[in-house]
Write a protein that binds this ligand. Structure first.
Ligand code: TA6
Length: 277
């Protein structure tokens, strides 16, 4: 039985899966798909789906000290529960009771409730809320690891991060972004920035408006790394770029018992002639 919830309303079509609370598609009415999903993505329960919007929790990457497994935490490998569905929105929930047997859970043994609300309309709105349901404080990292479809990443720019400092995970160094980002090779950067970003591939712009996120991660594997990824076709890498609303290592969120934090992103595709608002 498929774990996919499909939405088809006058403003958009879309899909979110119970597996990982993973948004795998969003197409605004009259437009093209905005998210990139690999044709080789493994959609079987328990695996990490390549493309769409993976949910990273309770750590980003390999977490504090680069020491945690599995990469990007266990939430994307878990089976969430669909708790509400309307014509436009879906709400899914994951609690500590659902992840007892998952790899990585022993590294982060806290009591939590995680909810992902997604609304498929003219905009795509995704909000990830974590509540500390235990009786001691905890810290965690997270990300909405969004894959966007672009014509060719080599002709694509990302605006909004000029002046932000970043950690370059390819070179191991750090730098400050000068103007829009352009892609000339493997790119894997963690920008310290709360700013919104605009992807422009020359054909359309995609705006990513975020809240509750201290970092923006920008990633494209380029040719050699993509060739080593079994779930990415060899010729697919030019057609994707990840812009991720994140709280990466160093920017973990600490929640007291009963407290909540929300990470959200609103994705907009403005008309070519219109100014983004
Ligand atoms: O967010 C960028 C990144 O951490 C990269 O280092 C890259 O490996 C990517 O995520 C994909 O990670 P995954 O575990 O989904 O293969």
């Amino acid at each position: 039985m498929s774990d996919a919830v499909r939405i088809n309303n006058p403003s958009a079509t879309g899909e979110v899966r119970a597996h990982g609370a993973h948004v795998t598609a969003w197409t605004p009415a009259g437009g093209d798909p905005v998210l990139w999903l690999s044709p080789l993505a493994d959609l079987s329960l328990g695996s990490a789906i390549r493309g769409g919007v993976p949910v990273c929790f309770p750590w980003f990457g390999n977490g504090p000290g680069d020491a945690y497994e599995p990469k990007h935490g266990f939430a994307r490998n878990a089976t969430w529960t669909v708790v509400e569905r309307t014509d436009e929105c879906v709400r899914l929930r994951l609690t500590d009771a659902d992840v007892a047997d998952l790899p990585g859970r022993d590294r982060w043994p806290h009591a939590f409730t995680l909810e992902l609300a997604v609304c498929f309309g003219t905009d795509l709105l995704i909000e990830l809320t974590c509540t500390n349901s235990g009786d001691t404080p905890f810290s965690y990292g997270n990300a909405l690891h969004s894959y966007f479809a672009v014509d060719d990443v080599r002709q694509t720019t990302v605006a909004g991060l000029g002046g932000a400092s970043y950690r370059d995970k390819v070179s191991g160094g750090s730098d400050v972004q000068d103007g829009p980002i352009r892609f000339t090779g493997e790119t894997d950067r963690v920008y310290e920035s709360v700013a919104d970003a605009v992807v422009d591939d020359g054909t359309r712009r995609i705006m990513i408006i975020k809240t509750g996120s201290a970092d923006t991660v920008v990633w494209n594997p380029w040719q050699d790394k993509a060739a080593k990824m079994s779930d990415v076709p060899d010729d697919a890498w030019p057609h994707l770029v990840c812009i991720e609303a994140a709280n990466a290592p160093g920017h973990e969120i600490t929640l007291a018992p009963g407290a909540s934090h929300a990470l959200s992103q609103r994705i907009k595709v403005p008309e070519r002639s219109a100014q983004p608002s």
